[in-house]
Design a protein around this ligand. Structure first.
Ligand SMILES: Cc1ncc(C[n+]2csc(CCOP(=O)(O)OP(=O)(O)O)c2C)c(N)n1
Ligand SMILES: [Mg+2]
Length: 627
């Protein structure tokens, strides 16, 4: 009998004589003598008059169900043991289903990837102080990436009921203080009604753009004690906020500037959250014949469109007279550079370029963490949600374009088509060198990967290389999910697993190209994928190094005019080499590798995709050069 089928309450009530095996330990449930029996740990179960048949955590599960949250990713902990038991037994382990994670950072990164693929948040549960401490960096990534995550933390606030010892180490007076600088909101409810209202408020806040993680404490006493006065409990209705559009006058002003421009350019970053958003960016770009550089925080523009010029971003910004930015995270960095390592400043754009930014960025800044990026003076700052503002901006642009501008705009198309073709040719040529080399080139890996998924609906959840975005024909919002937000390593593997879970039921094949260094932060997420049968094709881009850091050390040695052959100390991951296929296999994941021969990549990926189509995760370890 599985643990989930084991009805603890029936056992404790002793309605029938049963025998259950939990994790191999025979547990006798024989009423009425059962009160004298011991459980698996040798502890006596509660006597019948102490049974809590409707614990607060059951109501907590009702609340979570009412939000529509389908999964709770978690590493277990006694501070939320009652909530976990209620999810499993009372809630039937469905909507939400408990996903077993091997690290809290992975729980959150999994929820991060899931939210971007599913378009809605997942829950995570973390164990008091220690669980939240492990979760923090992944919460920071989600915060930087403006992605909603519903964090639940166990805690026993009442010192009078805490068991001595570990429970004190794991309890905290203010659980959220650790995360408050990079969460949108938190609360520590002291009643069930309070819990219900705060969860609804938290969900609403988390999913209102700019989105972000929120934390609600599920107090252990509240969860374990009986519900008092159930009739007085009310389930608050959850109504999500409509994202705010930019001010109509400002939108007209922006439209006039864009219509009059000779070289307008659109930069889109975290602008879109659906296919509808992408359609709108296309419509706007076509109304102006303005090239678009998709910075890639989200999928904003089809790579097949003749106005797509992602890889020409710098030169476009250099020539532009008007730049429209749509929710760009690092706006200053689009117009300026600081060289490394000499910190020499250079302006990339013309001095008189006019800049418009539609963003909600300013509404989500706090003081300590510097994710707001450097301040960029702009000519027109429109506070509004980019996707929600696009329809009115398109209308305004269409009416602002006069007869004279219409032909000038139309005339731009021929050159822009040519420029797009030139960019594609250049990128294809850049992919050529090292095609047959061993260790394998990442361009070759990327091309081979595309070959095995091109006839499917596909999603690149995570990628440590740029080739996919540069060379693959991508037209769907779900094709590319963007990066980690805060560039905190340890995101890739669990985020890909979370995205793959969201894509599982949509018939979308999820792939990831994962740095070897990044995977080693969170290899346990492979086990989670195998355990929960989450189909994902993971390629390990195995350069046997924290290669970015190798390059940093080389740069410093050169700056200090010292030897460079030491750059591998503390930055390479060899001697011994990690056998990623064995690592994956040990956790129940189908795997092949290490692959050194580039001709072996294609056949291995075909076998891996076949496994993924059967509903299982697969990993291919490809020994690669550089980044
Ligand atoms: C939590 C954290 N620690 C350290 C870093 C610094 N860092 C940036 S890239 C990188 C290397 C990652 O290695 P890998 O995933 O193998 O990518 P590669 O550079 O080899 O392509 C490290 C350690 C970081 N970004 N985040
Ligand atoms: Mg590496």
């Amino acid at each position: 009998m599985s643990a989930s089928n084991f009805d603890r309450r029936a056992f404790l009530k002793g309605a029938a004589a049963t025998a259950a095996t939990v994790l191999g330990t025979q547990v006798a449930a024989n009423a009425p003598a059962q009160a004298a029996e011991s459980n698996a740990n040798g502890e006596k179960p509660a006597s019948r008059d102490k049974i809590v048949s409707r614990p607060g955590s059951d109501f907590m599960v009702d609340v979570i169900k009412a939000t529509g949250i389908e999964y709770i990713a978690s590493n277990p902990g006694s501070s939320f043991r009652s909530l976990q038991e209620s999810i499993v037994n009372y809630g039937g382990n469905k909507k939400p289903e408990f996903l077993t994670c091997t690290h809290e950072e992975s729980s959150v990164a999994m929820a991060h990837g899931y939210a971007k693929a599913a378009g809605k948040p997942m829950g995570i549960a973390a164990h008091g102080t220690v669980g939240l401490q492990h979760a923090t960096m992944a919460v920071y990534n989600a915060w930087c990436d403006r992605v909603p995550v519903m964090l639940f933390a166990g805690n026993f606030l009442d010192a009078n009921t805490r068991r001595p010892g570990v429970e004190w180490y794991h309890c905290v007076q203010d659980p959220a203080s650790l995360l408050r600088d990079f969460t949108k909101w938190d609360d520590q409810p002291v009643s069930l009604q309070h819990f219900a209202e705060s969860v609804m408020r938290a969900y609403k806040i988390a999913t209102t753009p700019p989105m972000g993680p929120v934390l609600i404490t599920a107090d252990g006493d509240l969860a374990e004690e009986a519900v008092h006065d159930e009739k007085k409990l009310r389930m608050p209705k959850l109504t999500l906020s409509i994202p705010p559009q930019g001010d109509s006058g400002a939108v007209q002003e922006a439209a006039k500037m864009l219509a009059a421009a000779q070289n307008p350019v659109i930069l889109a970053d975290r602008a879109c959250r659906s296919q509808e958003g992408m359609k709108r960016v296309v419509e706007l770009a076509e109304a102006l014949n303005a090239p678009v550089a998709d910075i890639g925080g989200r999928m904003n523009f089809p790579t097949t469109h003749f106005l797509c010029r992602n890889a020409d971003k710098r030169s476009l910004v250099g020539q532009a007279d008007v730049v429209l930015m749509l929710e760009v995270a690092d706006s200053w960095g689009q117009f300026n550079t600081i060289s490394d390592p000499h910190h020499e400043y250079r302006r990339l754009s013309k001095p008189d370029v006019k800049i418009i930014h539609i963003s909600l960025g300013d509404t989500l800044t706090k003081a300590n963490y510097q994710d707001m990026q450097r301040f960029l003076p702009v000519d027109l700052a429109i506070s509004g949600d980019a996707q929600a503002t696009l329809p009115s901006l398109i209308e305004a642009v269409k009416s602002a374009v006069g007869m004279s501008q219409r032909s000038a705009i139309a005339d731009r198309a021929t050159k822009l088509r040519e420029d797009h073709r030139r960019m594609k040719d250049r990128l294809r040529n850049e992919a050529g060198p090292g095609w047959d080399a061993s260790p394998c080139s990442t361009a070759r890996t990327s091309a081979n990967l595309y070959n095995v998924i091109k006839n499917e609906k596909w999603c690149v959840a995570v990628s440590s290389v740029q080739w996919n975005r540069n060379l693959w024909p991508a037209t769907e919002y779900y094709n590319f999910l963007g990066g980690s937000g805060g560039a905190g390593q340890g995101y890739g593997a669990p985020a890909a697993v979370g995205a793959a879970l969201a894509n599982r039921d949509k018939g979308i094949i999820t792939v990831s190209i994962e740095g070897d260094g990044d995977l080693m932060y969170a290899p346990g997420s492979l086990w989670t994928a195998a355990h929960h049968k989450i189909p994902l094709l993971m390629i390990v881009h195995n350069n046997r190094a924290y290669h970015q850091e190798v390059m940093h050390l080389q740069k410093m040695a050169s700056l200090h005019n010292r030897r460079m052959d030491t750059a591998g100390i503390g930055t390479t991951i060899e001697n011994p080499n990690i056998d990623f296929a064995k690592l994956a296999q040990s956790m129940g994941v189908w795997a092949e590798g290490p692959i050194n021969d580039p001709n072996a990549i294609g056949p291995a990926l075909s076998r891996a995709v076949a496994m993924v189509k059967r509903g299982e995760p697969a990993l291919v370890d490809i020994v690669s050069q550089g980044r």
